[in-house]
Design a protein around this ligand. Structure first.
Ligand SMILES: O=P(O)(O)OC[C@H]1O[C@H](O)[C@H](O)[C@@H](O)[C@@H]1O
Length: 449
């Protein structure tokens, strides 16, 4: 079977091939640091050999729990935020029919909804209203077990589930994915007797999609987690190679760092398949939290093309030349659709008649690449043979490994996120959370000025 491939040729008008080749020894050192666990953040390296260490027994346990939820729920709410949300959503959206939510519901195929990733009162009100006559279950996901957004949503959902379905059924259809010992989610799960899965200590949130954090919701959605893990496992193998030419993660890490050093401060991850929208959201957290610190880091952004060519295309073509693009390109769609011919040809599209829609999409992609490179935007391309679980697994591990290498090349700790606490501290102070008395006083004084 083929693998995903990275092509960097269209960056070479902007950075030198020789300079890039000179990264090889540094990249090798970064990979060694990861392997030996001697670098910054080395207590969070559990993701590195995660794919090859997942046992079939573990996957079967996840599938059995998923089956309980599938059999007993019309709707399953996945409650989580950041790394406890984006990976599952990325894979579920990529693998689901775009109009699933409008289709007639099948028994044993619950609708998956998300909560705990915002504090929108209307969102939560509308969700709880919708659930009023539904047999629903909840997967409560939080590594720390104390994240406000998730805890708030779970408090509402737990109460509603128990009221609607009774305590006994609620116990069956509420599952926790959290720390082995710490946090409120663990305490609740143990006290209520929920089935629970552990997020390993040494796997940070944004690297946790291949733990039960991602695998359980993905399995509940009916998506093949064996294949997802198999793809990741394959990439674990491929991305162990030492040379830049054989290891796509190493090449990607080196290229984006060299672009950054040449003034390209923003990376735009691009898709031409709307189903990949949330995959890009997952990638943004992975790279944003890993690299944006110490006054450094590429700003990760994303666009859905060709949609956003009609909104952001102008900026990308002619705005400040501080950007580069990385295109995730799916080679072959899962379905065929041909452009019909039309006798009157009023729209003038008969020149496309008989062609597959994807041929048009691919020419949009090629045309965009040429235009953007001409306009001064370096372009990398990751080609993905097909949109399926196996290749999504490959993409996930590829980006994770590259992120670890890239963070070390940048000389930051890619595995912490101290900056995220600043808003939380202020929010807790403003809400008078017990334990924040001093901060509350200080923030009130500051607001009165
Ligand atoms: O899983 P949790 O502990 O609830 O954390 C959820 C998310 O929120 C935090 O604030 C971090 O910035 C993220 O890295 C994390 O993935």
């Amino acid at each position: 079977m083929e693998n995903i491939k990275l092509c960097i040729e269209k960056t070479l008008d902007f950075i030198s091939k020789e300079k890039l080749a000179s990264y090889e020894s540094n990249v090798k050192a970064c990979m060694e640091t990861l392997e030996k666990g001697t670098g910054l953040g080395n207590d969070f390296l559990g993701w590195l050999h995660l794919p090859s260490s997942i046992t079939q027994e573990h996957l079967n346990d996840l599938k059995a729990t998923a089956q309980v939820l599938r059999e007993n729920c019309e709707v399953v709410i996945v409650a989580g935020i950041g790394g406890s949300y984006l990976g599952a959503r990325a894979v579920i959206e990529a693998m689901s029919n775009s109009f699933l939510w409008l289709q007639e519901k099948k028994a044993g195929q619950p609708t998956i909804l998300f909560a705990g990733h915002n504090i929108g009162e209307d969102y939560l009100y509308e969700l709880t209203e919708f659930l009023k006559d539904k047999k629903f279950g909840v997967i409560n996901i939080s590594k720390s077990g104390t994240t406000t957004e998730t805890a708030l949503a779970f408090r509402l959902l737990k109460k509603q589930c128990e009221e609607q379905r009774g305590k006994e059924m609620a116990r069956k259809v509420i599952v926790a994915v959290t720390d082995a010992k710490k946090g409120a989610a663990r305490v609740t799960a143990d006290k209520e007797g929920y089935k629970s899965f552990i997020i390993p200590d040494n796997v940070g949130g944004r690297f946790s999609v291949l733990t039960p954090v991602g695998l359980l919701p993905i399995a509940v959605a009916g998506i093949d987690i064996d294949q997802l893990v198999a793809g990741a496992r394959k990439m674990e193998e491929v991305c162990a190679a030492e040379s830049l030419t054989e290891n796509p993660a190493a090449l990607y890490a080196a290229t984006r760092n060299e672009l950054y050093r040449n003034g390209k401060k923003i990376e735009i991850l691009v898709n031409f398949q709307p189903k990949l929208h949330y995959f890009m959201e997952w990638w943004k957290q992975l790279y944003g939290e890993s690299e944006g610190k110490d006054g450094k880091g590429i700003y990760p952004s994303s666009v859905d093309f060709s949609t956003d060519l009609h909104s952001m295309g102008q900026w990308i073509q002619e705005g400040e030349r501080t950007i580069f693009e990385t295109v995730v390109s799916v080679e072959t769609p899962n379905h065929e659709l041909h452009v019909p011919s039309d006798e009157e040809n009023l729209d003038g599209l008969n020149f496309l008649a008989g062609k597959r829609v994807d041929e048009v999409n691919k020419m949009a992609e090629l045309g965009t690449q040429l235009a953007h490179v001409d306009g001064g935007v370096p372009n990398m391309r990751i080609s993905v043979p097909a949109l399926n679980e196996y290749y999504l697994g490959q993409l996930i591990y590829f980006f994770e490994k590259a992120c670890g290498i890239s963070g070390y090349l940048l000389e930051v700790n890619p595995f912490n996120q101290p900056g995220v606490e600043a808003y939380k501290k202020n929010m807790f102070a403003l809400l008078n959370k017990p334990g924040y008395e001093k901060e509350s006083e200080a923030i009130q004084a500051r607001l009165k000025k």
